[in-house]
Design a protein around this ligand. Structure first.
Ligand code: AP5
Ligand code: MG
Length: 183
């Protein structure tokens, strides 16, 4: 079973849902930068104040803020982990590669969750998080296409990428992902 994983995919693909399930069943640390940022907003920290408006617009929070969060968590983690929603652009991916080299903990698998825009939008509109309104969802999808999709070839070139069809029930998709983690 792979111990160091990364979940990649557009907003609404189910990264958080599947990451939480797998992390629980395998005892991995689930590190979602979106969840960590929302927690900072909730407690009203300086970091949260800087991130709040950016998140509400559906743009990316600065690499510096996000990297600081991830670095401290990974440095304290002695077991396996699952990164969800990070990295989000090539500069974050390169910073992560350098950090993991320093820690001697290479990524073992990148799971790319693929789903049609119509289904993504439908899932997010029915969830209704504060950044789940149609205009912001469309902007998050544009940001994903422009800034995050270059990571697909980055990880494919490293031989780490496996794509998963993210349509179906939560259980069906979990089974597809579990198969990949055991390969
Ligand atoms: P983030 O929290 O990462 O949000 P996102 O990428 O927009 O993705 P979501 O969390 O909305 O979708 P998901 O793929 O996790 O799907 P989920 O499982 O929730 O980021 C939010 C913001 O934070 C960004 O816009 C940015 O501002 C900032 N940020 C975060 N990370 C950053 C970074 N690294 N750098 C810079 N900025 C960063 O599922 C969605 C819905 O569908 C749920 O309601 C779920 O119950 C439902 N669902 C899941 N699976 C299924 C299924 N199989 N069938 C039916 N419904 C399903
Ligand atoms: Mg999520």
């Amino acid at each position: 079973m792979k111990q160091r994983l990364l979940f990649l995919g557009p907003p609404g693909a189910g990264k958080g849902t599947q990451a939480q399930l797998l992390a629980e069943s395998q005892g991995l640390l689930h590190l979602s930068t979106g969840d960590l940022l929302r927690a900072e907003v909730q407690v009203g920290s300086e970091l949260g104040r800087q991130a709040e408006a950016v998140m509400a617009r559906g743009e990316l929070v600065s690499d510096e803020l996000v990297l600081a969060i991830v670095r401290s968590r990974l440095q304290q983690c002695s077991g396996g982990w699952l990164l969800d929603g990070f990295p989000r652009n090539l500069s974050q991916a390169e910073a992560l590669d350098a950090l993991l080299l320093e820690l001697g903990q290479p990524i073992e698998l990148v799971v790319l969750m693929e789903l049609d825009d119509a289904l993504l939008i439908q899932r997010l509109l029915s969830r209704g998080r504060s950044d789940d309104n149609e205009g912001v969802i469309r902007h998050r999808l544009t940001v994903y296409r422009e800034q995050t999709t270059p990571l697909i070839s980055h990880y494919r070139d490293l031989g780490l990428l496996q794509a998963v069809e993210a349509a179906g029930t939560v259980e069906e998709i979990a089974a597809r992902i579990t198969t990949l983690t055991k390969a």
